[in-house]
Ligand binder design. Structure first.
Ligand SMILES: Nc1ncnc2c1ncn2[C@@H]1O[C@H](COP(=O)(O)OP(=O)(O)O)[C@@H](O)[C@H]1O
Ligand SMILES: [Mg+2]
Length: 285
């Protein structure tokens, strides 16, 4: 079995609204999970359930209020700036919005060179070979280096963001809704790419999404969050096919179904449910 990479225990996070008297709002409460090398764990829940906050706490972008976060057995929830920097090479993030995440004033070559040279592990010469390798890995042509983010579509930008995240061979990539802004066919291609990269590099993904169809296809395990608490966790297919908690059941019933055949079946089920309400329970999932 692959080694444990990340271990989160009883994590709590609070936000304080600006203002002298405001009470802190606890948005994450008693969240525990672990993630192994080469594994994909989905973090699922509706908007506002606290998915991004968990990602930010792991990345050190928001402080935790309690509990522990261990990366390769090292406690990382209270690291100083310098220690965080070393860790940053091993832990990367891809965000939802490929338009906001790439600096439009820099060429793709400059964007990809930045993490390489900042790490001190690459010179300008060795960086350019690495950049070519990264572009090949995300299936972008080599002449991409001289062009600017504005020249590319959302899907292509997301590939470039993936290349940047992979620059220093991270062990963990936190993917925060990486395909939510893309159309369905581009989504599928980006997921396929992420899957391919995982089988080549054994990178682990913490995959944040509200899309249950993606969870079923892409993740090994899933955690379901409701208002900052875990209500269900397990193998992702089991969660999607036989959800136990009413909240998960509601999420799945509300999820859009991309496959037209299944859509038709669901529609017929809904119609027959109206005529025969007693059959709803069997038909709705
Ligand atoms: N910087 C912040 N300050 C105050 N409240 C925040 C902040 N960021 C998020 N929240 C609140 O915390 C909760 C969880 O947000 P978030 O982690 O972004 O959820 P998700 O990613 O699941 O949509 C929400 O109620 C949100 O309004
Ligand atoms: Mg979010």
């Amino acid at each position: 079995m692959n080694k444990k990479l990340l271990e989160v225990n009883s994590l709590a996070v609070e936000y304080r609204k600006p203002g002298f008297k405001s009470r802190p709002l606890r948005v994450i409460q008693d969240v525990s999970f672990d993630l192994h090398e080469g594994e994909t764990l989905a973090l699922v829940g509706e908007s506002g359930s606290g998915k991004s906050t968990i990602g930010k706490a792991i990345l050190g972008l928001t402080p935790s209020k309690g509990g522990s976060i261990k990366f390769r057995e090292q406690e990382i929830s209270a690291l100083g700036r310098r220690e965080r920097r070393t860790l940053a090479n091993q832990m990367q993030v891809i965000f939802q919005n490929p338009y906001g995440s790439l600096n439009p004033a820099l060429s793709i070559g400059q964007i990809l060179a930045e993490p390489l040279t900042a790490s001190g592990a690459y010179t300008r010469a060795t960086a350019s070979a690495r950049i070519a390798e990264l572009l090949e890995r995300v299936k972008m042509p080599t002449d991409t280096v001289g062009r600017y983010p504005g020249n590319f579509s959302g899907g292509q930008r997301q590939r470039i963001a993936i290349a940047r995240a992979l620059a220093l061979d991270p062990a963990l990539v936190i993917c925060d809704e990486p395909t939510s802004a893309l159309d369905v066919s581009t989504q599928a291609a980006v997921l396929e790419l992420l899957g391919e990269i995982q089988s080549q590099t054994n990178v682990a993904y913490l995959f944040i999404t509200h899309d249950l169809a993606v969870v079923r296809e892409f993740a090994d395990r899933a955690i379901v969050l409701e208002q900052g608490r875990i209500v269900e966790e397990g193998e992702s297919r089991r969660i999607c096919d036989a959800p136990q908690h009413p909240y998960t059941q509601r999420l799945i019933a509300a999820a859009p179904v991309p496959d037209p055949r299944i859509q038709r079946e669901r529609r017929e089920q809904r119609r027959s449910a109206k005529l025969h309400p007693e059959a709803v329970q069997e038909a709705s999932l």
